[in-house]
Write a protein that binds this ligand. Structure first.
Ligand SMILES: Cc1cc2nc3c(=O)[nH]c(=O)nc-3n(C[C@H](O)[C@H](O)[C@H](O)COP(=O)(O)O)c2cc1C
Length: 394
């Protein structure tokens, strides 16, 4: 069944981006209805949104088109989710104060749907403590408040206050889930590490980081506070996820160790190098005739170190095995004091690195829990998070 999404547009410059948002949601198969405040109509015409959504746009509370039903109530019931984009300081203040003096604010008061707020405004307005207080209050009340982006603002300055691009807003809406992980702090590691040989060369591996990013994305969509420690560069950081980039295994260890105590769950999807060059040459190594051997030394075993320091956290590791998968997973669980091991099937058709799908088996201390079929990395992420939830309950 198609998802019912209401896109609400208020009076800000970023209103032009909402046309693309509606178009993207429609293309993804959602049914979309649009509400515009009177002031939003100064920035973009209802005709554009009506054409893109394929449904009459509501702009007034008491329109001549009034039907037998009370429209703000019937729309409130129809919606599965709502996004106010852009959300002006004005509408944020009105919702936070319980004001219902136009169609949008009355509809918001009446709906039980998940409401996402994408604030967009001048950086000084965004930094205003009253606005920030209102956003914090709304987040506390269960509204999904998105952080504004940094960047160039329509008023000619640069700062924090930009509405995120339509693509990432549409992606957020399509990923919206029940907030069943709210209150949890989850740290996810992703991607490869790079071990410097000299100033221009490094040792690395084929990990793309997509599995870790999918876990971070699904955990954030399910309400967790997510910190992503990423060796992968250039992937889109999912909504609501804080990212810290690292290069080497040692930097990965430092970042993970620094943040470990504050977490409820740590999911280590990164492919961390087991060895690094014993020395990083200060200058570029010149080629010479004949063979050359590079001396390597062990990097720190991060999973084992976390297993030792563990203080109530759920610890999830990944294992990339080509043989004796079940035995090796059990060994790893015991040796590293982990709670779950996700064994990647490296023999799967087309491989695993860089793909959007994965085939894994999940193990806990009692053995195999689930052998999953080939699934999207996001579906695999949800399965892992479901198992984490079971562990947390126990
Ligand atoms: C050119 C122009 C651009 C504006 N851009 C924004 C904006 O980006 N964010 C914002 O909060 N208010 C902005 N405003 C102010 C709002 O339009 C104003 O507060 C209005 O009352 C909002 O009404 P609404 O929330 O009912 O749509 C802008 C005003 C003008 C004239």
């Amino acid at each position: 069944m198609a998802r019912h999404i209401v896109v609400a547009i208020t009076g800000g410059i970023a209103a032009y981006k909402s046309a693309e948002l509606v178009s993207r949601l429609k293309k993804a198969g959602c049914e979309v209805r649009v509400i515009m405040t009177e002031n939003a109509c100064q920035f973009i015409t209802p005709l554009t949104l009506e054409t893109l959504s394929g449904y009459p746009v509501v702009t007034e509370m008491f329109s001549a088109k009034s039907h037998h039903e009370v429209e703000h109530i019937s729309w409130a019931k129809w919606a599965d989710s709502v996004i106010i984009a852009p959300a002006t300081a004005n509408i944020i203040g009105k919702i936070a104060s319980g004001i219902a003096d136009d169609f949008l604010s009355t509809f918001i008061m009446a709906t039980k749907a998940t409401v996402v707020i994408a604030p967009a405004m001048n950086d000084q307005m965004y930094a205003n403590p009253i606005l920030q207080r209102n956003l914090a209050l709304l987040a506390d009340l269960g509204y999904r408040v998105l952080e504004a982006d940094y960047g160039h603002l329509a008023c000619g300055t640069s700062g924090k206050g930009r509405m995120p691009e339509a693509e990432s807003l549409a992606d957020y809406m399509l990923n919206l889930s029940e907030p069943d992980l709210t209150g949890l702090k989850i740290m996810v590691t992703a991607g490869p590490t790079r071990e410097a040989v000299d100033p221009v060369r490094y040792l690395t591996n084929h990990s793309s980081g997509k599995m870790g990013y999918a876990i971070a994305k699904r955990a954030a969509a399910r309400g967790a506070e997510v910190l992503l420690i990423s060796g992968a560069k250039g992937l889109t950081v999912p909504w609501g996820v804080k990212v810290q980039y690292i290069d080497s295994a040692e930097e990965m260890y430092q970042a993970v160790a620094e943040n470990f105590d504050a977490q409820n769950v740590v999911i280590k999807a990164a492919a961390v190098a087991d060895y690094r060059p014993k020395e990083c040459a200060p200058e570029k190594i010149k080629k010479q005739d004949g063979a050359w051997a590079l001396e390597l030394e062990r990097t720190k075993d991060i999973l084992a170190a976390l297993g030792e320091q563990k203080n109530g956290q759920i610890l999830v590791g990944f294992a990339a095995e080509t043989e004796n998968v079940a035995q090796n997973a059990q060994k790893k669980l015991q040796k590293k004091n982990a709670d779950l091991i996700i064994a990647n099937n490296l023999r799967q058709e087309g491989g695993v690195f860089g793909k959007d799908t994965n085939q894994v088996t999940i193990y806990n201390r009692n053995g195999q829990i689930k052998e999953l079929p080939v699934l999207s990395k996001e579906a695999v992420a949800d399965e892992i998070l479901n198992q984490v939830k079971i562990l947390l309950k126990n």
